[in-house]
Design a binder for this molecule. Structure first.
Ligand SMILES: O=C(O)[C@H](O)[C@H](O)COP(=O)(O)O
Ligand SMILES: [Mg+2]
Length: 294
C-alpha cells in the first residue's frame, strides 16, 4: 500500500529524501489550460532547495518548445531541456534507435507537437491535407507515396476518418511500414471530466490493422532512457510524480525509482489505496500541498 502523506512533516521528509523530481504534466501540474492550485509554488520551493525538476509527459500534442511557453504562461521559467514529451521521445526513437532512413518519411496521426519534433530531428513527414478526402478511392490514391516508411499515432484533436483510413492503408498495404505510438493513455483529464486520449485513437488502428504498435511513452523505458541520456539520474534519490497508475507509476517501477501518485488527475484515492492496484511508494491529494513548506 502507498504511504499516504498527510502532514507538513510528511511533506518535509519527502522533499529531503530526493534530489530529482520527475513530474507528469496532465493531471499533476495542470488540467488542460488550468494550473493546479499550489503547484507553481511547490515547484518554486523545490528549486529553492536546489532540487532538480524534470517534466515527463505522454502528451504529444505540442513540442518541448511549446511546453516551455505553456509553463511561461503560468509564470514558470522551465527550459525545453527540462521537458521530456512523448513527441520528443518519439523523434529520438526514430532517429537514434530505429535509425530511420533519410530517404523515408512519416505519416502522422497526431498533433503539431509530433511534426515539430520530427522536423527538429530532420525526419520528413507527409504534410498533405487529408480532411477534403471523402471517397475510398481518394484514400487509396493518397497512399501512393513509396517514401512513407512509418506511421506515428498520437493524441489528435483534429482526427478524421480520412486520416485513419490513410494510416490504415499504409500499415496494411506495406507490412514493412513501421507502426509507432507516442503513448496509449486511454483518457486525459481536463478538469472534473476526462476526454479520449491517445490510446483511444490508437485502438482504432490496432483494431482495423490487427498490428501491434511500438509504444514510446510511459510506462515504457524509452522516455527514461531519453532523460538518462541528458541527466545523471541517481535512482535512489529520484522520484516520479504522476496521476495515472498504469503509465506514471508503472513507468517509475519499470525505471527502478520511487513513485508518488496524486489525486488531482485520473486516479482517485480509493483506486490508489486499493491493494489490487499498481502500488505507488507514496500517495497524496495534490503536489500543490508541498507549497505549505515554503
Ligand atoms: O495522450 C493522452 O491521452 C494525454 O496526453 C495524457 O494525459 C498524457 O499526458 P500526461 O499525463 O503524461 O502529461
Ligand atoms: Mg497525467
Amino acid at each position: 500500500m502507498p504511504q499516504l502523506l498527510l502532514t507538513v512533516e510528511d511533506y518535509r521528509k519527502l522533499v529531503d529524501k530526493y534530489d530529482t523530481f520527475l513530474f507528469d504534466c496532465d493531471g499533476v501540474i495542470w488540467l488542460g489550460t488550468t494550473i493546479i492550485e499550489g503547484v507553481k509554488e511547490s515547484i518554486a520551493f523545490l528549486k529553492s532547495q536546489n532540487k532538480r525538476v524534470v517534466f515527463v509527459t505522454n502528451n504529444s500534442t505540442i513540442s518541448r518548445k511549446e511546453y516551455s511557453k505553456k509553463f511561461a504562461g503560468f509564470g514558470m521559467s522551465i527550459s525545453k531541456e527540462e521537458i521530456f514529451s512523448s513527441s520528443h521521445a518519439t523523434a529520438v526513437h526514430l532517429k537514434n534507435i530505429v535509425k530511420f532512413s533519410p530517404d523515408k518519411k512519416v505519416f502522422v496521426v497526431g498533433g503539431q507537437g509530433v511534426k515539430d519534433e520530427l522536423h527538429l530531428a530532420n525526419i520528413r513527414f507527409c504534410n498533405k491535407e487529408t480532411s477534403a478526402l471523402k471517397k475510398p478511392a481518394d484514400y487509396k490514391e493518397f497512399v501512393n507515396d513509396p517514401e512513407v516508411g512509418a506511421v506515428i499515432c498520437g493524441l489528435d484533436r483534429d482526427i478524421n476518418y480520412a486520416k485513419l483510413s490513410i494510416a490504415h492503408l499504409y500499415l496494411t498495404l506495406n507490412k514493412d511500414c513501421l507502426f509507432i505510438a507516442t503513448n496509449n493513455d486511454s483518457t486525459y483529464p481536463v478538469g472534473d471530466f476526462n476526454l479520449p486520449g491517445a490510446g483511444s485513437i490508437l485502438s482504432v488502428l490496432e483494431t482495423s490493422t490487427k498490428r501491434v504498435p511500438t509504444i514510446v511513452g510511459k510506462p515504457y523505458k524509452t522516455l527514461f532512457d531519453c532523460i538518462s541520456a541528458d541527466y545523471h539520474i541517481e535512482k535512489s534519490r529520484t522520484i516520479m510524480v504522476g496521476d495515472r497508475l498504469n503509465t506514471d507509476v508503472q513507468f517509475g517501477i519499470n525505471s527502478g525509482i520511487d513513485t508518488l501518485i496524486v489525486f488531482t488527475g485520473i486516479t482517485s484515492e480509493h483506486e490508489a489505496m486499493d491493494p489490487n492496484s499498481t502500488q505507488a511508494t507514496y500517495a497524496m491529494t495534490s503536489f500543490g500541498e508541498i507549497s505549505k513548506l515554503a
